[in-house]
Design a binder for this molecule. Sequence first.
Ligand code: ADP
Length: 498
Amino acid sequence: MTDAAVTRASALKSARRLEGVNLVNGKLVGPSGKELFELYDPATRELIVRVANSGTADVDEAVAAAKRAQREWAQVPARARGKLLVEAASVLGRHSEELAGLLALESGKALRTECRVEAANVVDALQFFGGLAGEIKGETVPFAPGVLSYTQREPVGVVAAILPWNVPLMLMAIKIAPALVAGNCVVVKSAEETPLTVLRAAELLSAELPPGVLNVLSGDGPRCGAPLVAHPDVAKVTFTGSVETGRTIYRTAADKLIPVTLELGGKSPMIVLPDADFDKAVAGAVVAMRFTRQGQSCTAASRILVHSSLHDRFVESLVEKISEMTIGDPLDEATDIGTIISEVQFDKVRGYIEAGRETAGAVAHEGAELPGDERLAEGFFVRPVVFTGIDNAHPVAREEIFGPVTCVMPFDTLDEALEIANDTPFGLAASVWTRDLKTALVAVNSLEAGYVQVNQALVAGVNISYGGYKQSGLGKELTLDSMLDHFTHSKSISLNFQ
Ligand code: ADP
């Protein structure tokens, strides 16, 4: 049986239970210095709760708990670890409505279009990695007659998982699941903006695992994230966030000579060729741009390259589609589009929209109406914007906005489209829309991106390798290979009894 349907009141109640605590050694505990910060509802700007702002002492405590637990956890047979995770995932599944409600409350993402989907995907991701436990295998090596040479996979140790705010629950799951199944223990640091859902989910998971295997700290980047990365007992960092923070983490990790996985930004192109299924491509653009997530996605199709013959009709249809969407209270079942995460992001997104508007020749086509509800008057709501007349060199087309802002740019030849598509510092994802296989393959082979899709632009899912080229990051996630590459050491062994 799953939990009861969520309301704002029930979400607030779940949030208040988590006031000022971390999850360390299997228990909810207050931060050592009792330092707290305030967490506001992005839809109403009302105070939700005060959250732990953990510091070095809390980091030391959490890493020590993970280190203590690690030796025994590594001794648990891999399939037994996987089974525990699968069982823990089903516990999470029974609380998915509570988790979705908490997520909608703190993130401003719509409950129906985003948060419930994320809560369900999390269960799937945990089960997927749990089921892969038996694949943590080595190889035998033909070394010499009479000598048995083989490899075995061993855990790396204590893993630090540093999370962003856009899909916090899912990103926690895809980091902790392979790490735990491979025999590591984890200290998660949640993002300042979304500490609650992660903490509640980890509390539920942790109750099914030995104490210390999974720990969660709330806190800001400099006070909590930096000392966690720098901690001498942290053997691996997996991070999703901005390019700038990714670089800072990489530098610290370089000093310690520990491995990192970095999933950074994107400015993903979508190329619509003249023979594309027009309606499918327009509907695909709404999904690809993640308008239901206010565009707050690394893979958002924030540059839509449309063949000149279709350009004007495409823009018109896209704006029409967006206009059918409802912007509103994230916890309202009728809402398609919620809020931007925070005031900082709200100002940043509006700054880009202003910069676009002020550009000669650019037109901002807006869709969907802002909510009329007085209670939401101060919320961080932004109408989706489709720009035309923006050049690929413009900051709106060049920089990651992380808001509901895309530009549609015309092209005449495939070569021209591919040149524009690749003219970006990022390389996370791309999509191509055509009915012609040869054209599709030329595009697929030319695009500098970690994930290229043809005639679809779905959100990344488990079992599809995910990770960027260029400034979009280092390493892959979501697959068996990524679990083996990023969360295990391969030890070579030769036995010679001759
Ligand atoms: P954004 O700008 O979208 O908040 P960040 O990359 O700054 O993205 O944040 C992503 C995560 O990285 C958050 O959990 C944040 O607290 C953390 N973080 C920020 N600075 C550091 C740092 N110097 N070391 C470790 N983690 C950090």
